[in-house]
Design a protein around this ligand. Structure first.
Ligand code: SF4
Length: 126
């Protein structure tokens, strides 16, 4: 009887370990996605924030989504302006997402943009 329980415990432990091993990257990815700002955030809407890379793809389609993407892209007159080059972006050059000091409900994409974009200040070394 004890031998039977030991085998069951062993198999349960191995099964859970393998399941955790395969699920870990997915769980980590879900966590990263959950950290992004919600497009339903009133401040996100007010500032006209959007992901430029995603909008460029959406603009090639049809319907209301494509029209919205085209309008967002048109509002961004400086084609070199991205969150990654904005003074309010808290990430480094390699980060794909990071905190923004204006929009605090989640991370913004390095390829994002909003109407409050301001050129990143370059610190000169003394
Ligand atoms: S303020 Fe700058 S970093 Fe923040 S969402 Fe707007 S463009 Fe991106």
């Amino acid at each position: 009887m004890e031998n039977h329980n030991s085998r069951r415990t062993f198999l349960t432990t191995v099964t859970l370990g393998v399941a955790t091993l395969f699920a870990a990257p997915f769980i980590k990815m879900q966590g990263a996605l959950a950290a992004l700002v919600s497009m339903n955030d009133p401040l996100v809407k007010a500032l006209g924030y959007f992901n430029v890379a995603e909008a460029e793809v959406a603009a090639k389609g049809k319907g209301a989504g494509a029209d919205q993407a085209k309008a967002s892209l048109k509002a961004r007159t400086d084609k070199k302006a991205f969150c990654s080059t904005c003074n309010f972006y808290q990430g480094d050059a390699k980060s794909k997402t990071a905190k923004c000091t204006l929009i605090t409900s989640g991370d913004v994409a390095s390829t994002g943009w909003c109407r409050s974009w301001s050129a990143k200040q370059v610190q000169k070394k003394a």
